[in-house]
Design a protein. Structure first.
Length: 505
């Protein structure tokens, strides 16, 4: 089983004659303890075209030192990475290979560079002797795999924060090191420097040009969402909080933009990708929908006084939630492991590499984008008015759910245009989000009532009281009615004439 830790560190260039300052003068550091010297031997793995390195991801097999084994490092933010480790083995561990499959696709992983380091380690301690940070000084020798050309050597200093440490300590140490003449490394990792200095660095990703046309703006938005989809893949596999939700949102935003801006990108050429994005959103939706429902029901049960909890309500809800979570997570991971998903990623890459732009893509953004946003708004308007005209009941619930989907699509359309249209688009998206929120809570209540009915039936069949489940069902019915009563006022604000006029200029 792989272990995970959050790595927060800073790297500095050094030379053989570099002298370290007295770090006990840093606020909070009471002592510096010499921990000896380790000899480390690390082989880094990547695809032949260095897809992991291009994504700032590193995968290595290292021997020597206290943490020998396989290490996968995924970027989180500048100077911050998540390190997932696995025991030593001859082959890349399957669980680590799965976490990088979104980058490697069908390409094989193989050694690309070997780093041998002599590491002198010092611990920075507080007044109680607790570890604050680890400072290491490395003499690094890099070489290509057997048969390859290229070698490099350098010295560097790393300062890594201890688990649970205060990042402010790194700022204080940084100030001290800089004052002593050290400078931050320009390479984000040893691997990046090794590849650069041995002539094997990945081809740099082209810098996006400044958007000038409607097509430029939409393509930039699509690429941002495509990058987000890929970035959240490892988080979904690791079952990180909110990862499924964020990946599903990226999927939906991509699909919505491809559908909405059909005058910018040819809809017929994009349709296969649109269809596959719908499939992926559906597979991820099983996990996300269960997560939302479980949180809602748990909150409702937790708000009840003990006197209204008749029978093993909490235990039954916990068992129901766990069973559904396992099934839903299995569905999501199975989708990410499928050949269909990898084919979708490749198709999306191909679409963005050679976008099927239409004539309107060459127009100014403020001339081409507002009409597409307002078209989605008009669709929403028709659906809301249709739903409000229906009597309360199942037909109205279905109509409100259709309106919710239209509100989300109108919101996404405005968000895609925000960088081009500015404040009017942000304001428009905010109003659409308000409509979506009311309709979303109504739909969540509809789904919750069905789940509560099923829980009540199961409780009754087991000889338990179904009183609490019925009580919660009634609360959800009242909640739905309240949302229906709120909708006309929220919709009235969203239909303000000035909002539409501002968008069109």
């Amino acid at each position: 089983m792989a272990d995970t830790k959050r790595e927060i560190e800073r790297k500095y260039d050094a030379g053989p004659d570099t002298r370290l300052p007295d770090l006990t003068r840093v606020l909070g550091v009471a002592g510096v303890r010499d921990r000896g010297v380790d000899e480390l031997d690390a082989v880094y793995y990547d695809t032949g075209d260095l897809r992991l390195a291009a994504a700032s991801v590193t995968l290595r097999r290292r021997t020597g030192g206290a943490d020998a084994g396989w290490h996968l490092k995924l970027p989180v933010a500048p100077d911050i990475r998540d390190e997932i480790s696995a025991p030593l083995s001859d082959e890349v561990p399957g669980e680590l290979a799965a976490l990088v499959r979104v980058y490697t696709r069908e390409a094989a992983l193989a050694p690309v560079v070997r780093l041998r380091s002599v590491r002198a380690v010092r611990h920075l301690l507080d007044a109680d002797g607790a570890l604050l940070a680890e400072l290491s000084r490395d003499e690094v020798h890099a070489e290509r795999p057997p048969g390859g050309d290229g070698a490099a050597r350098w010295d560097e200093i790393e300062v890594e924060l201890a688990d649970g440490g205060d990042p402010a300590l790194l700022d204080a140490v940084d100030k001290k090191l800089r004052k002593a003449g050290l400078s931050r490394s320009t390479a984000p990792s040893k691997l990046a420097r090794a590849l650069a200095e041995t002539g094997t660095a990945p081809a740099p990703r082209p810098e996006p040009r400044t958007p000038r046309t409607a097509g430029d703006h939409i393509l930039r938005y699509l690429r941002e969402q495509s990058d987000a989809l890929v970035a959240y893949d490892p988080g979904v596999r690791r079952d990180l909080p909110d990862a499924v939700h964020q990946m599903r949102v990226s999927t939906r935003r991509l699909r919505s933009a491809l559908r909405t801006y059909r005058k910018i990108l040819d809809r017929e050429a994009a349709q296969p990708v649109i269809d596959e994005l719908k499939w992926l959103a559906g597979e991820l939706g099983v996990a996300r929908d269960h997560e939302v429902l479980a949180e809602r029901l748990s909150s409702r049960v937790g708000a009840l006084p003990d006197t209204l909890l008749l029978g093993p309500v909490e235990a039954r809800l916990k068992a129901w939630s766990a069973a559904g979570e396992a099934d839903a997570r299995g569905t999501a991971v199975a989708a990410l492991d499928s050949a269909r998903y990898l084919a979708l990623l490749s198709s999306l890459d191909a679409l963005l590499a050679s976008p099927p732009l239409l004539k309107a893509a060459g127009k100014a953004a403020d001339a081409a984008l507002p009409d597409a946003v307002l078209k989605e708004y008009d669709r929403l308007s028709r659906r809301v008015e249709h739903a409000l005209a229906l009597p309360a009941g199942q037909e109205r619930d279905l109509a409100l759910h259709d309106a919710r989907k239209a509100a989300k699509r109108a919101r996404y359309a405005a968000e895609a245009a925000t960088q081009a249209l500015g404040r009017p688009a942000r304001r428009f998206a905010k109003r659409m989000k308000a409509v979506q929120k009311v309709l979303g809570d109504h739909q969540d209540s509809v789904v919750a009532r069905e789940a509560l009915r099923e829980l009540a039936v199961a409780a009754n069949a087991a000889g338990e009281s179904s009183f609490t489940w019925g009580l919660l069902y009634g609360q959800e019915s009242a909640r739905a009615a309240q949302r229906e009563d709120e909708l006309p006022e929220v919709w009235e604000r969203a239909t303000a004439p000035g909002l539409r006029a501002a968008l069109t200029g």
